[in-house]
Design a protein around this ligand. Structure first.
Ligand SMILES: C[S@@+](CC[C@H](N)C(=O)[O-])C[C@H]1O[C@@H](n2cnc3c(N)ncnc32)[C@H](O)[C@@H]1O
Length: 292
């Protein structure tokens, strides 16, 4: 059997009972750790699961899956995925490759940032398309996300913005020379994400990301409990000027709040506001939300 098992969002203890039973039955256990990360290192997982874990990079999972799937028709093998296997980054490819080889497959689900974003107080029913924001360079500023945010905004829906992470990247020079030397991991911060969004707004000018009139909620290490999790709400400008340390450690996500805003959403998120007065004033005057 080939299992693909969601690990949830925080540490080794987020695995489900069903997931842990499957891991224990496996001859080989792989961990996909390039699209998302847990808040603990691999050795903590190994100690808790009682299994050695093999790190699987993008190349191994996406193009060289033969090794992962080897003998999975005769013994149990699993791929562990942070969050849910089908949350944001989908791992349908490897499941299709297993099916093509007549290997029985089973997916074991877990919490994903796609639903844990509800910690912000915003209702999942009111979310539109999720977008990903990548690190801009001097010459490369992909902006297709802006169209998706605009489509959501036109319907009054919230947008979950996932922020780029760069793990196991090679510099152009090392790549050209075939040297397997990797850059330190990089995780996009909330202020950088807001700066990039506002930069694209100034170019595209549809008025959907007004720095003083658009509300947003930043979420860090969701699922990590009081020790790790941070939620900060405010206008884009407030989030931009808030100290970067106040957002805590990565991973980070950002929600652009849509106009179809319920007063309970405003009241719940008010607890996270940088400035409660601004939060309420923009919700009432700009979003038209009636509050007591
Ligand atoms: C490509 S998605 C993978 C999602 C994962 N498969 C899941 O189901 O949650 C990774 C991005 O989701 C967001 N993310 C994942 N876990 C998070 C967390 N615990 N808190 C905040 N953002 C998170 C970050 O923006 C991160 O760069």
């Amino acid at each position: 059997m080939f299992y693909i098992i969601g690990l949830g969002l925080s540490d080794e203890k987020d695995v489900t009972v069903r997931g842990l039973e499957a891991i224990k039955s496996c001859a080989r256990v792989y961990l996909e750790a390039y699209t998302s990360i847990l808040m603990v290192q691999k050795d903590r997982l190994e100690a808790f699961y009682g299994k050695e874990i093999i790190l699987a990079d993008r190349d191994t999972v996406e193009t060289q899956s033969d090794e992962i799937l080897r003998d999975a028709d005769k013994e149990d093998v699993c791929l562990l995925v942070v969050g849910d296997p089908f949350g944001a980054t989908t791992h349908t490819d490897i499941v299709l490759r297993a099916r093509a080889r007549k290997i029985p497959t089973r997916v074991i689900h877990n919490a994903s940032i796609m639903n844990a974003v509800g910690a912000s107080g915003l209702q999942l029913y009111n979310f539109g398309q999720t977008v990903s924001l990548v690190f801009f360079t001097e010459t490369w500023k992909p902006d297709s996300f802006y169209d998706r945010i605009k489509e959501n905004a036109d319907l009054g829906l919230h947008t979950l913005v996932l922020l780029d992470i760069k793990v196991k990247e090679q510099s152009d020079e090392n790549l050209a020379r075939g040297r397997k030397i990797y850059e330190p991991p990089r995780y996009m911060s909330i202020p950088l994400a807001v700066r990039q969004l506002v930069e694209i707004e100034t170019i595209r000018s549809a008025g959907i990301l007004d720095p003083d009139k658009t509300l947003a909620i930043a979420l860090s290490r969701v699922g990590g409990g009081d020790e790790h999790q941070r939620i900060v709400a405010g206008t884009l400008n407030e989030l931009l000027n808030h100290p970067v340390e106040a957002y805590g450690e990565p991973l980070h996500s950002l929600v652009i709040v849509g106009r179809r805003l319920h007063h309970l959403e405003v009241e719940y998120a008010e607890d996270f506001a940088i400035n409660r007065n601004t939060w309420r004033a923009v919700a009432q005057d700009v979003y038209g939300c009636s509050l007591d």
